[in-house]
Design a binder for this molecule. Structure first.
Ligand SMILES: Nc1ncnc2c1ncn2[C@@H]1O[C@H](COP(=O)(O)OP(=O)(O)OP(=O)(O)O)[C@@H](O)[C@H]1O
Ligand SMILES: [Mg+2]
Length: 266
């Protein structure tokens, strides 16, 4: 069973895209055939691999009325195990395009169905909102991964995300589970980071990944060179931490598979 992981937090700039890109690269490096899907009109995940002029068709074409197939929009990357479903600014129009369409929340799930078996992992980068794109991601996913920035008021707003998650579990996608919460932009020298770490741990407990992603300038630089952190600065803390996070992700996904199997058998 393919693990389909939505990376979401409606707060902006918390490390969703950085996590989606580098977690995908780390999964691919561990031999997992991985598809990174960019559902953000800002297309930051896409620009980390391609110039916008190189993208002829995107997830917009898949989700809008033209309904291009996933197979026709997926692009390879320098890593032969890593593939990209590119995003584009046009995605911003989707809210209007899909307004009133009864199947609007199911477009992505339907589009992924024919190719899902070709991948071990899919990682979905979402915009900083809980609109139709994030809802499509959650309806199509097996798991939700929430990056939270180590900063004051970091937890504010996660209520809304978890409420959306519960609503989607209640009806269109009861199989959706929280894979985990990862602390990003962590700076161990600051009280802010230490305080918020404690607070996040109190709120989320077991769900919190052991791996924290530190603040590291290499992570900011690598997209400009069209590289992931694993090739750009393989020994940097960012590379080491995202590889560790991938290890935890694989472990949780595999444990969950066993649980689901047992539930199905019962
Ligand atoms: N661990 C880190 N260390 C240093 N810089 C980081 C780190 N993680 C992310 N950044 C930088 O912080 C900024 C925001 O990160 P990112 O784009 O990943 O967040 P986002 O949640 O996807 O934002 P948006 O909500 O706009 O999509 C970017 O400039 C990114 O390069
Ligand atoms: Mg982003």
């Amino acid at each position: 069973m393919t693990a389909i992981i939505t990376v979401a937090n409606q707060k902006g700039g918390v490390g969703k895209t950085t996590t989606a890109i580098n977690l995908s690269a780390a999964l691919a490096q561990r031999g997992k055939r991985t598809l990174l899907i960019d559902l953000d009109p800002q297309a930051n995940s896409t620009i980390a691999f391609y110039n916008s002029g190189e993208i002829a068709t995107s997830m917009f074409d898949v989700l809008s009325e033209s309904r291009a197939t996933m197979a026709s929009v997926v692009k390879p990357t320098k890593d032969q195990m890593l593939f990209l479903g590119p995003g584009r600014l046009a995605l911003a129009k989707l809210e209007q395009v899909l307004a009133g369409q009864f199947d609007a929340p199911y477009r992505l799930k339907d589009a992924l169905a024919p190719i899902v078996k070709e991948y071990d992992y899919m990682v979905l980068d979402t915009p900083p909102s809980l609109g139709i794109l994030t809802v499509n991601a959650l309806v199509a996913s097996t798991h939700l991964l929430v990056p939270i920035q180590a900063a004051y008021f970091a937890i504010e707003g996660t209520d809304d995300l978890l409420e959306t998650y519960e609503r989607i579990r209640a009806r269109p996608n009861p199989g959706l589970k929280v894979l985990g919460v990862v602390i990003t932009l962590f700076d161990k020298r600051t009280n802010i980071s230490r305080d918020t770490h404690g607070q996040i741990r109190t709120v989320f407990g077991e769900v919190l990944f052991k791996t924290k992603i530190s603040k590291n300038v290499r992570l900011e630089e690598s997209p400009a060179y069209k590289e992931t952190i694993l090739t750009f600065a393989p020994k940097s803390p960012g590379a080491v931490e995202y590889k560790k996070l991938a290890g935890e992700v694989i472990q949780r996904v595999e444990e969950d598979r066993v649980t689901r199997h047992a539930e199905d058998a019962a």
